[in-house]
Design a protein around this ligand. Structure first.
Ligand code: MTE
Ligand code: HPA
Ligand code: MOS
Length: 754
């Protein structure tokens, strides 16, 4: 049995004592960095005049690409992103220089004194336009199974349509930032708010022209990342490190909100088209989709995100004939990046739209099509993975029954018959989300465990705490495996000198990967301590176990304490440190064939969403979201429930109100919280019910507790369709549109269109 535990950060957060980058006590002589970025979205740099800024008192130095001793390149998947623009700029907000000054205020003043001349070039802001002009990040990718062409010939219904889903600003509470300082012999230490410490170590070593071992990256915790700090925490850290290399002084660089929003990439907007074919009994026989991903001006993680769109293009449905293609379209926007779901939500929105359109044209409730096509045991996903331990049908049926869908539908029918100004709508949203980095080589992690001679424990992993409470889960794994109380265990910062070559904390896989490494290390330590205990107690090794800080003999508590065993281990010179490596077994993927078994398992669930639309105003309220979610066997229900609720709110925000607007010149118009609305306490559902699906758990998940970080975001997609159903109730002439977010403005237009 897994013992649950209180979040180790709860008290620190509540008291404001938890440390973030901006809280680090600065060293003497610390200088402050600020980025000078491109004011326009595309052009040739004719001249930059730094002279006025440079002579401002308190300005120490302004760094440009000329100061780079290594290479001016920070691209991860593709080397297509300069740290500081040399000759051309490709998006508004692209870094050109880095001002280092005695204070942030001086740096800001200096920035306003820089004069730049740019010869403007044509600007592309939409994916469609990029495709027409042949502007791509890389070659398109296609997943195929069966033959859609032949299959469409046999379909009774063929429906085509198009969709758009907008981007999304991460709006982590803590903005991007780092604190970098010189150590001896040219070594540099960087504390960063990053999901990917190793990523920063690699990029810094390349740009500075030094080996990785000269760069130490440390992460305390993040005030939220949501994918926005998987790749895009790198630039700021590298810039600061360049400054440290030259000035040999500590550099602090924490972005203000405006700079952060303007300069960083967001969730990718997608423009997509679909064609779906069904038989008379509502079985989906064929599905084709073309996804145009608005990647922005550089690759960043776009190719991997595009790939995950294809993996989730059929959501939790089995479709025998599939052809999906994704284009990563190069535009003059900041490079878009990872955001909770990593392209999966964009894919799922399209298949859900296709089913909604089909239902509308056929004249059935959408849920009958959904239900008729849920993936079942041993069905194949379009990428070749056989679905096993499938919970799609279970979660669907369970949600319908546990939340009494029949009654809800009847109540809504009555309500709509009696009310003319307010209309209600309901929708069902099933999810199936694959767990593992889709790039198989990334699925590994390590842990370093020290048992100190007084019996306390120091635990290091590659996991980054960003609010998802992975640190608490790591302590739980150690506490349970060692049989000691959690208060004896300290979770160390994430540091590249203690745990090296880490994958970023992402893909919802952090607890699975790092937790399994912790488990292995603790088991190895346990073997040693059990041997010592059996000698100390003169009993059989097999009868020994540890629990509640004591040795058990055949599950009965002895007088021998954990501390005494540890002390004896010291006397016997037994190693009390262990380092373990875990790599997810069984997974593989062949990109040349676009087939394989990329995921260690899937997370399933079903949400029922009901909404009320005010048909005079176009505003709406989400009455309830009722979810049956597949946690496996949750190791910490409080934390996992928090993840479901948070992700749901974020998904609803993406689908309903968060509206990113760039103008034709590629300037971000929604560049502040006054023009970019995220869900608040008034806009979240009045009621959120979550029921854990009863399952045996999944052996591939850490302690059978399934990954939970991203999947529930996609329940938010249900909101779009619930609102759409309510609009249709009011206005039968409303023609379905799939253009998210479904803002009150769009709802109002829909209510009164003819
Ligand atoms: N929860 C909080 N509070 N803050 C975050 O930044 N990031 C999400 C999710 N939940 C995030 C979060 C994203 S995008 C991912 S991939 C996972 O957490 C990462 O952590 P995990 O792998 O431990 O689930
Ligand atoms: N998910 C999240 N982040 C990633 C992935 C993924 O599948 N691949 C590379 N970075
Ligand atoms: Mo999450 S988008 O994989 O950081």
């Amino acid at each position: 049995m897994t013992k649950t535990m209180k979040n180790i950060d709860s008290i620190g957060h509540l008291r404001g004592e938890s440390l973030f980058v901006d809280d680090i006590i600065t060293k003497q002589n610390t200088l402050y960095g600020l980025v000078f970025d491109s004011p326009i979205a595309h052009g040739k740099i004719v001249n930059v005049d730094y002279s006025k800024a440079e002579i401002l008192e308190g300005v120490v130095k302004i760094f440009t690409y000329k100061d780079i001793l290594g290479v001016n390149q920070i691209g991860g998947i593709i080397a297509d992103e300069e740290l500081w623009a040399e000759k051309e700029v490709h998006f508004a907000g692209q870094p050109i220089a880095f001002i280092v000054a005695d204070s942030e205020a001086i740096a800001k003043k200096a920035r306003s004194l820089i004069n730049i001349k740019i010869k403007e070039l044509p600007i592309i802001t939409s994916a469609k336009e990029a495709k027409e002009k042949g502007s791509f990040i890389n070659a398109p990718r296609s997943f195929r199974s069966g033959s859609t062409k032949e299959s469409f010939d046999q379909c009774d219904y063929i429906i085509e349509g198009e969709t758009f889903s907008n981007g999304q600003e991460h709006l982590y509470l803590e903005t991007q930032g780092c604190y970098a300082y010189p150590m001896e012999n040219g070594n540099i230490k960087i504390t960063s708010s990053t999901q990917g410490p190793t990523q920063i170590q690699i990029a810094t070593s390349k740009v500075l022209g030094v080996s990785m071992h000269k760069i130490e990256v440390d992460v305390i915790r993040l005030g939220g990342g949501f994918g926005g700090k998987e790749d895009q925490a790198t630039a700021w850290a590298v810039m600061s490190a360049v400054a440290v290399q030259h000035l040999k002084k500590p550099i602090k660089h924490v972005l203000n909100r405006h700079d952060d929003i303007r300069m960083t990439g967001k969730r990718h907007p997608y423009e997509s088209t679909f064609k779906i074919g069904l038989t008379k009994n509502l079985k989906i026989q064929a599905f084709e989709a073309e996804f145009l991903q608005n990647s922005g001006a550089a690759a960043d993680l776009s190719p991997a995100i595009a790939e995950r769109t294809l993996f989730h293009a059929t959501n939790s449905y089995f479709i025998p004939n599939v052809k999906t293609t994704v284009y990563s379209c190069k535009t003059n926007l900041p490079p878009n990046t990872a955001f909770r779901g990593f392209g999966g939500p964009q894919g799922m929105f399209v298949i859900e739209s296709a089913i909604a359109q089909a239902a509308d044209e056929i004249g059935v409730n959408k849920r009958y099509i959904q239900e008729a096509n849920l993936i079942a045991e041993n069905d194949k996903f379009s990428y070749g993975q056989i679905a096993t331990k499938v919970e799609a049908g279970n979660s669907w049926t369970s949600a319908k029954e546990k939340f009494d869908l029949k009654k809800l539908e009847k109540d809504i029918l009555n309500f709509n018959a009696e009310n003319s100004r307010f209309k209600k709508g309901v929708s069902l949203m099933p999810i199936a989300f694959g767990i593992s980095f889709t790039n198989t080589p990334m699925n590994h992690a390590r842990a370093l465990v020290h048992i100190y001679q007084d019996g306390s424990v120091g635990l290091s992993t590659g996991a980054v705490e960003m609010g998802q409470s992975v640190n608490t889960k790591m302590i739980q794994v150690a506490s349970q495996t060692l049989g000691i109380s959690s208060s004896k265990i300290k979770l160390e910062t994430t540091n590249t000198t203690r745990v090296a070559n880490t994958s970023p904390s992402a893909a919802s896989a952090t607890a699975d990967l790092n937790g399994n490494a912790v488990l292995k290390a603790c088991k190895l330590l346990m073997e040693r301590l059990r041997k010592i205990s059996s000698k100390m107690l003169s009993v059989d090794l097999d009868s020994i176990s540890f629990e509640n800080d004591f040795v058990l003999i055949k599950n009965k508590r002895s007088d021998l304490s954990w501390e005494k065993v540890v002390a004896q281990a010291m006397l016997e010179r037994v190693a009390l440190t262990e380092n373990s490596h875990y790599a997810t077994p069984q997974i593989n993927f062949d990109k040349t064939k676009e087939k394989g078994h990329p995921f260690s398992y899937h997370v399933y669930g079903t949400a029922i969403t009901s909404v009320t639309v005010d048909c005079l105003r176009g505003t709406y309220k989400i009455d309830a979201v009722q979810i049956v979610h597949d946690f496996g066997k949750s190791m910490n229900y409080g934390i996992d429930l928090g993840q479901v609720e948070g992700a749901l709110a974020q998904g609803i925000g993406w689908m309903t109100m968060e509206e990113i607007v760039y103008n034709k010149k590629g300037q971000l118009m929604s560049n502040a919280l006054s023009s970019y609305k995220i869900p608040d306490i008034l806009s979240v559902p009045k009621k959120v019910d979550v029921i854990p699906l009863e399952t045996k758990g999944n052996e591939m998940a850490i302690l059978k507790s399934k990954a939970v970080g991203e999947p529930p975001l996609m329940y938010g997609i249900g909101t779009y369709f619930a609102i759409q159903n309510a609009v249709k109730e009011f206005n039968p002439n409303y023609k379905l549109k799939f253009h998210s977010p479904f803002t009150p403005e769009k709802v109002l237009m829909g209510l009164y269109e003819s």
